[in-house]
Design a protein around this ligand. Structure first.
Ligand code: NDP
Length: 352
C-alpha cells in the first residue's frame, strides 16, 4: 500500500510517499481501508521531534481517518466488514481505573494513535489497523472527507469547552486561532451551548468563515489590540472562558482578558511552551487555569450527535492527494490553512 512516512526528524522534505506492507488484524483489531484522512498540527510536532516525547521511527502520521472496515479480529464485537467508520484516536490500556471509567485520557499509558504510536501505523496510508474499540460509525450526512476532518479536533474541543470549562449560555468565549482546525470547531461548540464566541484571527481573509460559523465578534490580532477589543466588546468585564492552544505568544493577553472567576482552558502551545503568569491575577481574580488533552470516546460520540443534527459542520477548505502531505504540512506551518486539510488516496474522489 502507499503511505507517507519519515525516518528522521526534520522539515517537510523528510516526508516520503512510498510503499509499505498492508497491516493485518490481531484478535482485537479492525483493518480500515482509508477513504480520507486529515492533517493535524500533531503531524508537524512528530515530524519536527518534540523534546520529552518519543516518536517511534519510521513514522506514519495521521490521527484522523474515515473509511470502510475490511477485516475484523476474532474478539471484536459491534463492528462488521463493510461498516463506514471514523476513528477515535485515543488509546488507553483498557484495564486501569481511568479506562474502566471511560476516561482513557487519564490513563498512564494514554497515547494518541498516529502521533505517539508506531512504527508506521498512522492514517496517512491506504490501510490502517486499530483496536475495534477505536472506530465509531461515520455520520451518514457527511462525505468521507468531511467525516475524516472531525474526530481529533471535535473531541478535543468538546472536552475543553463542555467537560472542562463547563461553558454556559450567555458566556463570552475568547477563541484564539479561530479559523484553524480547533478554532472552527470551538466557535460552533460555543454556539451549541448558547455562548458568545469572540474569534481571533491573524489574517483578514479568515474573518468571513468565523462569522459564518457564528462568531459574534472577530478580532484581527495583526491590526487590533486583542485585550482592548475584548474589554470593549464585554463592556470592561472580560471573558468568561479563554480557549487557548497558541501558548507563549498569547498567554499573557489571555490572562489579561479574563473576567473575575473566569476559566482558561488550554490544550496546546503552538508558539512556545512558557506562558508567563502574574500570580496576583490568579488569586485576586480567582481564575481557573485548566489543562485538557484530546477527548474520550464518549465525548466524541456526544459531539457527533450534534454533527448529525446539523448543529456542527465540518470545515474542509483544502483537499489534497495523499502524496501531497508535505504541502499540507507547509500550509499549516505558514498559517495559510482555513479549517481542516483532508488527504484522499491518490486517484480517488471524495464520496458519501
Ligand atoms: P491549525 O494550524 O489548524 O490552527 C492553529 C491556528 O493558531 C492558526 O490558524 C493561527 O491562526 C493560530 N496561531 C498560530 N500561531 C499563533 C501565534 N503565535 N499567535 C496567535 N495565533 C497563532 O492547528 P490546530 O487548530 O489543529 O491545533 C492548534 C494547536 O493545538 C497545535 O499546537 C496542536 O498541536 C494543539 N492540539 C492539541 C490537542 C490536544 O489534544 N492536546 C488536540 C489538537 C490540537 P491565525 O494566524 O489566523 O491567528
Amino acid at each position: 500500500m502507499k503511505a507517507v512516512l519519515f525516518e528522521a526528524h526534520g522539515g517537510p522534505e523528510v516526508l516520503r510517499y512510498t510503499d509499505l506492507p498492508e497491516p493485518t488484524a490481531g484478535p482485537n483489531d479492525v483493518i480500515v481501508k482509508v477513504r480520507a484522512a486529515a492533517a493535524n498540527f500533531n503531524d508537524i510536532w512528530a515530524r519536527r521531534g518534540l523534546p520529552g516525547m518519543k516518536v517511534v521511527l519510521p513514522h506514519v502520521s495521521g490521527s484522523d481517518v474515515a473509511g470502510d472496515v475490511v477485516e475484523v479480529g476474532s474478539e471484536v464485537s459491534g463492528v462488521s466488514v463493510g461498516d463506514a467508520v471514523l476513528v477515535h484516536p485515543g488509546l488507553g490500556c483498557r484495564n486501569c481505573q481511568a479506562c474502566a471509567a471511560g476516561q482513557e485520557v487519564l490513563c498512564r499509558e494514554f497515547r494518541i494513535w498516529g502521533f505517539q504510536t508506531g512504527p508506521n501505523d498512522g492514517g496517512h496510508a491506504e490501510f490502517v489497523r486499530l483496536p475495534g474499540y477505536n472506530v465509531v460509525p461515520k455520520p451518514t450526512n457527511l462525505t468521507y472527507g468531511e467525516a475524516a476532518s472531525l474526530p481529533l479536533v471535535l473531541e478535543t474541543v468538546w472536552r475543553m469547552l463542555s467537560t472542562r470549562a463547563k461553558v454556559r449560555p450567555g458566556q463570552f468565549v475568547l477563541i484564539w486561532g479561530a479559523a484553524g482546525g480547533l478554532g472552527t470547531m470551538a466557535i460552533q461548540v460555543a454556539r451549541v451551548f448558547g455562548a458568545v464566541p469572540i474569534a481571533v484571527v491573524g489574517d483578514e481573509a479568515k474573518v468571513p468563515i468565523c462569522k459564518e460559523l457564528g462568531a459574534e465578534h472577530v478580532i484581527n490580532r495583526q491590526s487590533q489590540d486583542v485585550a482592548a477589543e475584548v474589554m470593549e466588546v464585554t463592556r470592561k468585564r472580560g471573558v468568561d472562558v479563554v480557549f487557548e492552544h497558541t501558548g507563549q505568544a498569547t498567554w499573557e493577553t489571555s490572562i489579561r482578558c479574563m473576567r473575575w472567576h473566569a476559566s482558561l482552558v488550554v490544550c496546546g502551545a503552538t508558539s512556545g511552551f512558557e506562558g508567563k503568569t502574574d500570580l496576583r491575577f490568579l488569586w485576586n481574580k480567582q481564575l481557573n487555569l485548566l489543562g485538557s488533552h484530546l477527548g474520550t470516546k464518549a465525548e466524541l460520540l456526544e459531539a457527533l450527535s450534534f454533527v448529525e443534527m446539523g448543529r456542527i459542520r465540518p470545515v474542509v477548505r483544502t483537499v489534497l492527494p495523499l502524496s501531497e502531505v508535505a504541502r499540507g504540512q507547509t500550509m499549516m506551518e505558514e498559517r495559510e490553512s482555513i479549517g481542516k486539510i483532508v488527504y484522499l488516496p491518490d486517484g480517488s474522489a471524495d464520496e458519501d
